[in-house]
Design a protein around this ligand. Sequence first.
Ligand code: FAD
Length: 737
Amino acid sequence: MQAHAPHPREPLSRELLLIGGGHSHVAVVRALGMRPVPGLRVTVVSRDVHTPYSGMLPGLVAGHYGFDDCHIDLRPLCEASGVRLIHGEVDALDPARQSVRIAGRESLRYDWASINIGSRPALGGIEGATAHGISVKPIDRFLAHWLALLEDLRANPRPCRLLIVGGGAAGVEIALACAWRARQALGAQAALFSVGIVNAAPVLLPSHNALVRRYFRRELERRGIVLHSGARVAAVDAQGVMLADGRRLQAEQLVWATQAGAPAWPAAAGLACDANGFVRVDACLRSLSHPNVFAAGDIAALPEPCPKSGVYAVREGQALALGLRRVALGGEPVVYRPQRRFLSLVSTGDRRAVVSRGPLFAAGAWAWRWKDRIDRAFMAMYRVEPAAPPEPGEAPAMRCGGCAAKIGGDALGRVLADLARPPREGVEAGMDIGDDAAVLAPPPGQRLIQSVDYFRGFIDDPFLVGQVAAVHALGDLLAMGARPHSALAIATVPYATPRVMEQTLGQLMQGALKTLDAEGVALIGGHSSEGAELAFGLSVNGYAAPGEILYKSGLRDGHALVLTKAIGTGTLLAANGAAAAVGRWIDGALAGMTQSSRAAADILRRHGAAACTDITGFGLLGHLLEMLRASGTGARLSIDAVPVLEGARECLGRGYRSSLHESNRANLAALVQPLSAAPAQALEVLLDPQTAGGLLAGIPLARAQSCVAELRAAGYPACAVIGSCSAAAGPGGVLID
Ligand SMILES: Cc1cc2nc3c(=O)[nH]c(=O)nc-3n(C[C@H](O)[C@H](O)[C@H](O)COP(=O)(O)OP(=O)(O)OC[C@H]3O[C@@H](n4cnc5c(N)ncnc54)[C@H](O)[C@@H]3O)c2cc1C
């Protein structure tokens, strides 16, 4: 798929919300990216940014595939499709208000919602089931557990019995994959490891023909996997399981691969659901009770029951994409016709597979190769061809400005009503008063310290933009040693209908408030306007006693330079905009960008910080030079000690740079020759502009290590001593080690 499908210019007027990034919704995203519906905003909310592709999961567990071989990266897919991606988990839906709740975030309204959240093994109220064992889904948690177990068994050899509950295709494939991987990973110790399957049904693989079942029974036998069929688990404890017939099976490790179960929230929302909590839909995948809600994949209960399998979820995705498109254009959805029989390629863990279709059976290594080709071809459809980075010297895309107009009073009023907070000490007139300006009463003897920041939306998620903008703005105050007190917001919201603009503004403000509330900062006013693109900023106020203020000019020879967060956000966000960044890299960058520097500032101060700044647009080198010049000293910087976000060097190497990067290049002139062995390429990251970057402080050398230890313990894992102040470099000069 090619990055950057053309996006409609028509103002956004309707919202399609895709809940879950499963097999069906990736098809919807791709289809709507290729042929967007004018005026329709499409948003995906997904708990995982990397969607596992079911067909390759056993191969992943067996170690035949790496993570990226079998996960669809939603970040570039959405970016290339013009679809907004929210990394979050929906935990409630309100059909009357047409909104969903996202854990830890604001609510989102929709005109149409579609649910494709998969399923998890049902534990059927078995006593002790949630406390003991691990579900095979979500696969990322299972995989992490499985790899940690293998590592532990390698380090501390001991007998280990792994018991899989469930004798369907998932249970059998996982049993064979685990047995195979354990043999490879544990070598001579593998004899201490055993796998068993406990299956409530009288036969294994009940949905397959007798030849397939017989083949798998023999395969299990051949690998020493003990099968307990017709055995229902009644209770579980730390030693194993108790069966309904009173027998006991001992196991150190328990894995749940039972039939699919549904989360509680769709039924709690009042959507028509079947007895097991799956959303009942008509032949067009539309909720029987709420026609503007759709469901597909495992979570849907179709008029004619279908197997809970990825094959069906994929096919439903095609009908769903077409149907949602038609509905958004004012038409009727399309009928999904499930195939009666489908070809199954079930893997045996050892790079062989079994072909099963109706009465048909065949097996061999060729079947695995065939399956592998089909699976890789499927994955290739969702791999995005990134947009090329701009040529050196090429002007960045034109940016629109000066076209602002105020947002309508009604919409603004409703957003402001949601922002109400209890009064804050020192605010004599704030948003609750609704006057022309805020009135503050500064504490006696304190200095008022102010700063302002404003930037374009760096990611298509207004809540995150608001949250990060607040961290970014408060960073200035914290670097100065001030206690943040209050803030004014300024927002530019893209042209849309009032309802859509209201939602965008609400998301921005709720995001900003997530940060401000956590810091005890009062929002005391603001200004909003319409514009061509999303932009947001805050003017922030803080207080400090005169002796508490930390200026940039306080660095002295011998001070250790401590940096609290990893750098690289500029290049990562630039690559993300070109659909060229890996989703988990962006997750890593966002985790740093949403982290407050408040605790870091306190720790730096307690360790005798003499000067401090926050790393933002001028990059690490630019901000360091500002400090060195103000202090009249130089520095030695250890390039290898500088913490860099995962993926940042790779994005820089491929030419993805934030627009300020080139103007920061002039700072390289401050590097003192001769340079060490550090190649020019390695220095690029020092020029990378940061959003909500960390603090850089000068700390007395003797206290630097304890300072870093405390910072790491306080949740700044990347923080490091990156060098020291040194007269050897000359005033304003930097020697790279
Ligand atoms: C080990 C194993 C092997 C399997 N092998 C096969 C196979 O070979 N072939 C086959 O056809 N099927 C197979 N299956 C079954 C298959 O995995 C499922 O049927 C399939 O994944 C269902 O797809 P889906 O699109 O409904 O949901 P999923 O693929 O599970 O995707 C749901 C997505 O929604 C997200 N999500 C979940 N809850 C929320 C929430 N509340 N808010 C936001 N996002 C949410 C999740 O992050 C996830 O990305 C296997 C299953 C297992 C466990």
